[in-house]
Design a protein around this ligand. Sequence first.
Ligand code: TYD
Length: 230
Amino acid sequence: MSGPAVSGNPGDGFFVALEGGDGSGKTTQQRLLADWLAERGHEVVVTREPGGTATGTALRAVLLARRADGDALSPRAEALLFAADRAQHVAEVVLPGLRRGAVVVTDRYVDSSLAYQGAGRALPADEVEQLSRWATDGLQPDLTVVLDVDPATAAGRRGRDAGRTGEDRMEAESLAFHTRVREQFLALAARRPGRYLVLDAADAAEDVQRRLREHLAPLLRSAAPAGARP
Ligand code: TYD
């Protein structure tokens, strides 16, 4: 899965992607991170995939619904819909935010497709990567944070939160599926350690957040604080 070099971030902003399995606590970490960034004077764009735009919200409903009629989404159709959501998200939310100098924090990005559609559904990884690269025009995060969680632990957390019937189409996949997803996130992080931070999501949320802030603080020099913008 080697590819061309990272496509440059087009603005003064900074692009952070939070990745990890279902139930890894990304939403909590995103909220805590946004609070901290705002306190430091940054404009923060909090967003997510799938569903960061109006078009994406419609796609999300198709992607995550568990259909009673048994009409399963094919793996390739699934990959294309996630890529379509991402293309719209980049064009409408991520790029404009970066151009304004904001810190854009997305809950999931390209690596989710590499992990879920590539490793989980076992589509050829290089093809899923090419599809995502085309969808994003090569835009990659400045930092990807992997919240690593044991799939069995995460399933237990979700069960407490929502009950088994509350699981969406992806969450309802097998433990083997979620184990492949986890291994792929870790493999991607190992491939380019300078662009990744792997944190143990089993730790207390405040500890995870503290490590994330410690790692991010020196990297944020490139993002202009809101007060410094003209
Ligand atoms: P969501 O409710 O946002 O889950 P989470 O809170 O765990 O992020 O649902 C998103 C689901 O879609 C999640 O199971 C991961 C999956 N997904 C993919 O399979 N491929 C992708 O490219 C993306 C962005 C998400």
